[in-house]
Design a protein around this ligand. Sequence first.
Ligand code: ZN
Ligand code: ZN
Ligand code: ZN
Length: 379
Amino acid sequence: MATFDERAASSARLSRFARVREQMERQSVDVLLLSLGADLPWLSGYEAMPLERPTVLVVPRHESATLVVPRLEAPRVRVDAGLFSMRPWSDDEDALGIIAGLAGNAKTVAVSDRMWASLALGLQDALVAARFQRASLVTGPIRAVKDAYEIEMLRSAGAAADEVAAALLGGEIRLIGRSEAEVSGEISQRLRESGHARVNFAIVGSGPNSASPHHEPGTRVIGRSEAVVCDFGGTWTAGSDVGYCSDITRTVVTGAPTQELVELYEVLEAAQRRAVEAVAVGEACEEVDRVGREIIAAAGYGDYFIHRIGHGIGIEEHEDPYMVTGNRTRLESGHAFSVEPGIYLPDRFGARLEDIVIAHDGGTIRCNAVDHALHVVEA
Ligand code: ZN
Ligand code: ZN
Ligand code: ZN
């Protein structure tokens, strides 16, 4: 299991700052303004509170960075002097003016993709001459490539989620006669017990609800011989301030499956396995999707696989790179992402199978090791 090492984390951040500035140079971005979202903790170790008072890390291309933070939140900041200084602001001060002042006469400004519109629009008014773009154009490709420490964190997160998935497949989590919401609650509880600091989601879709990929677990009581799709994940922190995500899906059946479900699941399992086998450094992201999709389409289920096959994962549960048609990005060593085909027969039933993998020079790293076979859970 990964353990947190403050000095290693600090030197990782230093190298991220260097790579970010290189990328700013390449794209002629004069200043990066990071607020809500994962870019800020990834770069500084500090996560902004999602409140109305602006928190912004101002990163000029050539000068040192400053974290502009509400005075009452300043005690939460651990200033890493080699990386940035801090400018706390009080409620009687003009935060926008302070941020704009630090941005100077920047011509091109990149702002966090998840910065609130109220702040982004205010900054546009304060920096009238500047052109605005998304920060992810700068940070996305860098964040997508995980370093050795991040790979360890993702593996630890995966191993923790595996404990819960194994309990599901082994029948330790009772399904029949309980509502989806109750089962979702137990999965969440087990995610925390397995070491996750935070539960991000615990989807439980039973019977006809298993055909709805992002089903909100509700009052439906799970019956016998039903498909149950469980997709869950949380954030693993190893005691650090920044965590990494797990994300796994297993489909089980509560009693003897129909022949139709058995056949559908065989196709799904083959699609997932072959798509993972297609993962290789240098291969295009869209190829992973194409390989899985082709198998599902050849079996006649093409119209029922209604989403991309995977998404990148790291500090955020969904981030670059996306395994989707049209993404010609080449896989690099350190790209971490899900491979999660699904087949959904509307109003009847569906199934999905998801693991996290990392493309790597030394061979694909699998963050999940729980069995792929369709398990019958008669509990
Ligand atoms: Zn999803
Ligand atoms: Zn998932
Ligand atoms: Zn996923």
